[in-house]
Design a protein around this ligand. Structure first.
Ligand SMILES: C[S@@+](CC[C@H](N)C(=O)[O-])C[C@H]1O[C@@H](n2cnc3c(N)ncnc32)[C@H](O)[C@@H]1O
Length: 228
């Protein structure tokens, strides 16, 4: 794949995220931090079937590739959706990815959230896996203890324009606690580049991929903004 954008340790590709991972060597990546397509009816624009079931099912080849390219002992962290969590765990079966735990983002003022049987969905899970290996990874920055549930009244100070933009302050905690400076972080579904911006602000290298070029335009301007 030819890079869509390259600047100071950041590379962005326009294409399929799993295809990109297939091009990487075994045990070569320090971290995968991503937010795969997971909502059955989210419209990501350009008539791309970016969030329908066939896209959601790409979690299976994704987890197989993540397991292959990640260095042993390192972290794969995925924003996901409560409704289809079993798919994620099913996709990790038979790989070297070991499920560790979940973090939660609690949207305390959810009003438009998905509602089922009287329960309003106000939490988004973030699932943490590590790759099996005899050597465990300990980051240079010792994690400060924080609750595993982040409460938000709004997700971001700066809106990129992407419908599924994730909070950079949370992503930055995760990055600092799961990698060291200079490490390479991959997001094969990078959207508007929240992981890329967070990687830049914490002095990590980043490669992102998205199938929709409209989001890549946003990603480049969002990452150039350099503010959270
Ligand atoms: C949940 S959003 C990611 C949002 C991102 N975390 C952010 O904060 O902006 C999922 C993204 O995956 C992209 N996508 C869907 N199918 C894809 C594929 N096969 N390869 C790469 N990207 C894909 C969509 O265009 C969408 O931008």
């Amino acid at each position: 794949m030819k890079p869509y954008y390259e600047h100071q340790g950041i590379t962005i590709y326009h294409g399929d995220g799993v295809d990109y991972l297939r091009s990487l060597a075994d045990d070569s990546v320090d971290m995968v931090l991503t937010d795969p397509p997971y909502k059955i009816n989210q419209d990501y624009g350009s008539n791309i079937d970016a969030d329908k079931l066939c896209s959601v099912s790409s979690i299976h080849p994704l987890m197989a590739q993540v397991s292959r390219v990640l260095k042993p002992g390192r972290f794969a962290v995925l924003f996901y959706d409560n409704r289809i969590l079993p798919l994620l765990f099913e996709a990790a079966k038979g790989t070297k990815l070991i499920y560790q735990r979940q973090l939660f983002v609690y949207r305390s003022n959810s009003i438009h959230a998905y509602c089922w049987h009287g329960w309003m969905n106000c939490t988004d899970p973030i699932c943490i896996f590590t790759k099996a290996g005899s050597k465990k990874f300990y980051p240079d920055t010792k994690p400060k203890v924080k609750h595993d549930c982040y409460t938000r009244t709004k997700m971001n100070n700066h809106k990129s324009g992407h419908p599924a933009q994730k909070p950079e302050d949370i992503i930055m905690h995760i990055i600092e606690w799961c990698t060291n400076e200079g490490d390479m972080i991959i997001d094969p579904y990078c959207g508007a580049g929240s992981v890329g911006l967070s990687a830049t602000l914490t002095n990590r290298r980043f490669t992102g991929v998205d199938i929709n070029s409209d989001w890549l335009v946003l990603a480049v301007s969002h990452m150039s903004n350099n503010e959270v």
